[in-house]
Design a protein around this ligand. Structure first.
Ligand code: HEC
Length: 464
């Protein structure tokens, strides 16, 4: 029996050359002290493989038409055997992939592994970053619930503001000027054919380059990269101290990948993927898109930005960030690699991480969404016993002002906190603001009676 199997394997191996092809992959020598900090790239790859497998499973059950998508997702979640777990793995796998990719990128940046001769590795990595973000975004739209759809609409609107190419590009992406029935089948094609195709291509390039240029050795203070002699130095170092990737270094990748996948599967069982919310309803005006966390911070950023600079920022910031990322290895591809000799790199990473995590924190409270659960102000906060002030505070809640404005911690965050508004505005100014509204504030001129307006202003005048 064994002999027969061996024979079959020999035949396959001889005719196809599998061992020969895998040899360089498995046996390429790696620097001896490349340890645990090197596992994140391969963990990203393992997450990707997990996404492919679960993605194929989901695609078998999913209906990419706007009439059926929502129902087919509910079918996956509640009827299909193992459907809930399949979707859970795909959902948490996406998050896992984002995290691993982010950490991998930070590690590469901090240890300046992008320097000579690995510039192209970094550049292919930036393309992978963009592609993975695009996968996350299109994946959310496929959910076809109101979060996914509204996020796409908001993003499309922002894209449309890009001069010249914005509108045609949005049109191309969505198959129309706005998100509609046609858009879903397009997003489906992007998510399962187009972007994965490019992902395979760039992952192939990325891995090929790792083998061609070798894994960067851990940096050492006082050992700068000099393109004139780096390659010969690296070769000599590998000849003397290098170890074959398999099994010497590969076991760490395997252990870490297994741990990562275990965490993903556990999360897929409990708590599982979030339920799909409501089906999208184009007549809903007061919607508040809440994309998944890895895009939430972008939404938070644009929601917090003053409206005047928003259009400007959309045009400038993303291309600038992309340009800087691509230019990084050319700005300085030689010199010290150790983070201790590159304090600005540490400061930069700290800034970006703080910036993104505080935006995530803010985003998790979605200040751009009216707070429909705002409660009425308790009498202790209404600092007056005058009946018109009391009436005014009641109207403040009844007329939905509290959905958007906070008074002493009660209410929403869309508009400014009005706890001390009377210090800024007098009665006349208050009336003007309320009657005319403003950016993201409805004009109440036609929906309040003079009496109601007077009472609300009387209430606000007490907020000193
Ligand atoms: C949908 C959300 C929303 C609702 C509802 C809303 N507002 Fe506003 N409000 C805002 C926003 C946003 C601003 C800031 C507008 C700007 O700067 O252009 C604002 C500004 C104001 C200001 C000026 C504050 C300042 O410090 O300059 C006042 C006063 C005000 N609103 C009162 C009210 C009252 C009273 C009501 C209810 C009758 C109300 N708002 C309902 C969102 C809202």
């Amino acid at each position: 029996m064994m002999a027969t199997l061996k024979k079959i394997w020999h035949w396959i191996d001889d005719r196809s050359g599998i061992t020969e092809a895998l040899q360089p992959l498995l046996k390429h020598p790696v620097p001896p002290d490349a340890r645990w900090s090197y596992v994140f790239g391969s963990a990203t790859l393992f997450c990707f493989l997990l996404q492919i497998v679960t993605g194929i499973g989901l695609a078998l059950l999913y209906q990419p038409s706007s009439a059926d998508a929502y129902a087919s997702l509910n079918y996956i979640m509640h009827k299909a055997p193992l459907g809930r777990i399949l979707r859970g793995i795909h959902y948490w796998g996406a998050s896992g992939m984002m995290i691993m990719m982010g950490v991998h990128m930070i590690r590469v940046y901090l240890t300046a592994a992008y320097k000579f001769p690995r510039e192209m590795q970094w550049i292919s990595g930036v393309f992978l970053l963009v592609l993975v973000a695009a996968m996350g975004f299109t994946g959310q739209v496929l959910r076809w619930d109101d979060n996914g759809v509204w996020s796409a609409i908001v993003a499309a609107e922002q894209l449309g503001r890009f001069p010249l190419i914005g509108k045609p590009l949005a049109h191309l992406l969505m198959g129309g000027t706005t998100l509609g029935a046609k858009s879903l089948s397009r997003f489906f094609s992007y998510h399962v054919f187009l972007f994965p195709g490019f992902l395979f291509l760039f992952i192939g390039l990325h891995v090929y380059l790792v083998i061609r240029n070798g894994i960067s050795e851990p940096p050492k203070v006082g050992r700068p990269v000099d393109p004139r002699n780096y390659r010969s130095w690296y070769k000599k170092m590998l000849r003397e101290k290098g170890q074959p990737f398999f099994p010497f270094s590969a076991w760490r990748d395997v252990v870490f990948a297994v741990a990562t996948i275990t965490v993903i599967v556990v999360l897929a069982v409990y708590p599982g993927a979030p339920e799909v919310t409501r089906p999208p309803d184009p007549s809903m005006l007061h919607t508040s898109p809440r994309p998944d966390w890895y895009l939430l911070w972008v939404f938070a950023l644009f929601a917090l930005m003053p409206a005047q600079i928003e259009s400007f920022a959309i045009v400038i910031v993303p291309p600038l960030v992309l340009f800087l990322l691509l230019a990084l290895p050319f700005i300085r591809n030689r010199g010290e690699r150790h983070p201790l000799r590159r304090p600005w790199a540490i400061a930069g990473v700290a800034c970006v991480v703080t910036f993104v995590s505080s935006l995530l924190y803010i985003g998790s409270k979605s200040p751009w969404a009216a707070n429909f659960e705002a409660r009425e102000l308790p009498p202790s906060i209404v600092a007056s016993s005058l009946p018109e002030v009391k009436e005014g505070s009641r109207l403040f809640h009844e007329k939905a002002c509290a959905y958007c404005h906070k008074v002493k911690g009660y209410g929403g965050d869309v508009g400014p906190d009005l706890t001390h508004v009377a210090r800024r505005l007098d009665a006349r100014q208050l009336r003007i603001r309320i009657i005319n509204g403003g950016h993201k504030m409805p004009a109440y001129g036609s929906s309040l009676t003079t009496e109601e307006l007077r009472k609300i202003v009387a209430f606000l005048k007490t907020r000193k």
